[in-house]
Design a protein. Sequence first.
Length: 389
Amino acid sequence: MYNVTCVNKETPSRGWYSIFPFILSRTVDYGELRWSLKDDENLVLARIDINEFKETPISEEALVNLQKMFDFFRQYNKEIILRFVYDTDGNGLMNEPQSVSIIKNHMEQLGPLIRKNAGQILTLQGLFFGSWGEMHTSRYSNRDDICDLAVCLFEATGGSVNIALRKPQHIRELIDKLDMMLYRRKEELVRRIGLYDDAMLSSDTDMGTFSIADSSQNIEFFKELSCFNLIGGETVTDNPINDRINAVNGLKERCVTYLNSQYDMAVIEKWKKQTITERISGSKRTREVSVYDYVTKYMGYRLELETVKSQTFGKNVYIHIKNTGFAPFYGPVKLIINDDAESEKSGLVIKPGQTEIFTFNKSQIPKSFTLSCVRISDGKQIGIYNVQQ
């Protein structure tokens, strides 16, 4: 029988984010900006205004500014949700370039810098066009232009970053068009596509994010999409759909990995006051916690050490790791005992509710040990446990 105590549970690549707006042509006082960073948020959304260049190439000085931004957030260990926009006031048609070729040229200019800093980028939202970069109120929100721009961005960045589109319709139309084109890198591109929903839980269609209100069909779409890539955004409009258990179930169904901590404050403040019942890990007991704290804890993946079991007569010890979060964990992952013995799972996606079993030889397991859970892609620890027999 083993007793488990969680020592440290860092969870990169998930959680709340704040928005940091930049105008790419302007320099930034990063000494001042650092005071706006939040210690309890691993993520930032960098919204990059490139409107000044809607008729021209992006200047070299602006590209230097972009690298300085990456360097700043890297210094403070922040992962970036990246969004380039021509519009910041809800007038996409007025503020975006008159030709799709200009957008593509900008993607090709920015691609090498994005690729250079890809390890720091959680996802890249949108294809630059539309009001607030949200792919609506635009001359380019049609299947052909979306596909053209998605392929351009994918190739400009060398397929190095995730790309989130605004609606499931955009993703389905992209896949259909790629099939028609016989695009040779279709599977690679599709695996990079996620969803950003900036009207989450606002109505039965998330304010038109979905073309239908058929929840069962939407849930299947989320489950299928989340096996490959991230879903996130912001929740808006205080209403019964984002009350208490409805909110939690809605976020679970959407397999949400990240949310805006600044908007909609009416919803967020409501969640801080409302409560929900949580089952205590490793126990049959429950407790009341705020909806906000519950969402904070379970948003994205959450890998928990469920049990440590030893064969009575065999030679193995089995360590069970369960994902109790809203969204999958994108592996591979390995467990390390006392910085010595390792057990690895390659090419792994651990879905919500799924348990993975790691096998060790009994000779590798002392009566008391420290167990580290490590993401292989970047070596980041996502859980440290003390285990005693």
